[in-house]
Design a protein around this ligand. Structure first.
Ligand code: FES
Length: 80
Protein backbone atom coordinates (compact mmCIF):
# COMPACT_ATOMS: atom_id res chain seq x y z
CA UNK A 1 0.00 0.00 0.00
CA UNK A 2 1.24 3.49 -0.84
CA UNK A 3 2.13 5.66 2.16
CA UNK A 4 0.11 8.56 0.76
CA UNK A 5 -3.56 8.64 1.65
CA UNK A 6 -5.88 9.66 -1.15
CA UNK A 7 -9.42 10.94 -0.51
CA UNK A 8 -11.77 10.94 -3.48
CA UNK A 9 -15.27 12.41 -3.24
CA UNK A 10 -17.52 10.06 -5.17
CA UNK A 11 -20.07 12.03 -7.22
CA UNK A 12 -23.28 12.32 -5.17
CA UNK A 13 -21.83 9.83 -2.71
CA UNK A 14 -19.28 9.12 -0.03
CA UNK A 15 -15.62 9.99 0.44
CA UNK A 16 -13.40 7.12 -0.68
CA UNK A 17 -10.28 7.00 1.50
CA UNK A 18 -7.42 4.92 0.15
CA UNK A 19 -4.22 4.52 2.13
CA UNK A 20 -3.21 4.41 5.77
CA UNK A 21 -5.89 5.97 7.95
CA UNK A 22 -7.01 5.99 11.57
CA UNK A 23 -10.39 7.37 12.59
CA UNK A 24 -10.45 8.99 16.03
CA UNK A 25 -13.46 10.42 17.90
CA UNK A 26 -13.23 13.89 19.48
CA UNK A 27 -12.65 12.04 22.77
CA UNK A 28 -9.59 10.31 21.35
CA UNK A 29 -11.15 6.88 20.94
CA UNK A 30 -10.19 5.04 17.78
CA UNK A 31 -13.08 3.78 15.69
CA UNK A 32 -12.19 0.43 14.18
CA UNK A 33 -12.48 0.28 10.42
CA UNK A 34 -14.86 -2.51 9.42
CA UNK A 35 -13.05 -5.37 7.69
CA UNK A 36 -13.79 -6.37 4.14
CA UNK A 37 -16.62 -8.79 3.50
CA UNK A 38 -14.07 -11.61 3.31
CA UNK A 39 -12.77 -10.67 6.79
CA UNK A 40 -9.42 -9.27 5.64
CA UNK A 41 -8.42 -5.74 6.78
CA UNK A 42 -9.97 -3.00 4.69
CA UNK A 43 -7.69 -1.23 2.21
CA UNK A 44 -10.33 1.39 1.46
CA UNK A 45 -12.53 3.30 3.91
CA UNK A 46 -15.81 4.76 2.69
CA UNK A 47 -16.96 7.76 4.73
CA UNK A 48 -20.44 9.27 4.69
CA UNK A 49 -20.79 12.86 3.59
CA UNK A 50 -24.56 12.96 3.12
CA UNK A 51 -25.29 12.81 6.85
CA UNK A 52 -27.83 10.02 6.45
CA UNK A 53 -25.81 6.95 7.30
CA UNK A 54 -26.88 4.83 10.27
CA UNK A 55 -23.25 3.71 10.62
CA UNK A 56 -21.50 7.09 10.72
CA UNK A 57 -18.79 7.90 10.04
CA UNK A 58 -19.02 5.10 7.48
CA UNK A 59 -21.27 5.14 4.43
CA UNK A 60 -24.08 2.59 4.47
CA UNK A 61 -25.54 3.41 1.06
CA UNK A 62 -28.28 5.69 2.39
CA UNK A 63 -27.08 8.51 0.10
CA UNK A 64 -28.68 6.69 -2.84
CA UNK A 65 -32.04 6.31 -1.08
CA UNK A 66 -32.23 9.95 -0.01
CA UNK A 67 -31.03 11.31 -3.35
CA UNK A 68 -27.95 13.05 -1.95
CA UNK A 69 -26.49 15.61 -4.35
CA UNK A 70 -23.10 17.23 -4.06
CA UNK A 71 -24.06 20.02 -6.44
CA UNK A 72 -23.26 23.43 -5.02
CA UNK A 73 -26.15 25.08 -3.27
CA UNK A 74 -27.70 27.94 -5.13
CA UNK A 75 -28.48 31.28 -3.61
CA UNK A 76 -26.44 33.94 -1.88
CA UNK A 77 -23.00 33.07 -0.58
CA UNK A 78 -22.83 32.54 3.17
CA UNK A 79 -21.52 35.41 5.23
CA UNK A 80 -18.94 35.08 7.91
S1 FES B 1 -22.61 9.15 1.77
FE1 FES B 1 -23.33 7.12 1.75
S2 FES B 1 -24.70 7.06 3.42
FE2 FES B 1 -23.96 9.08 3.43
Amino acid sequence: MDSITVITPKPNGPLIVEGPVRIITPDGVEIPVPPRKDGRPAQVVVLCRCGGSATKPFCDGTHKRIGFSDAPATGPAPTI
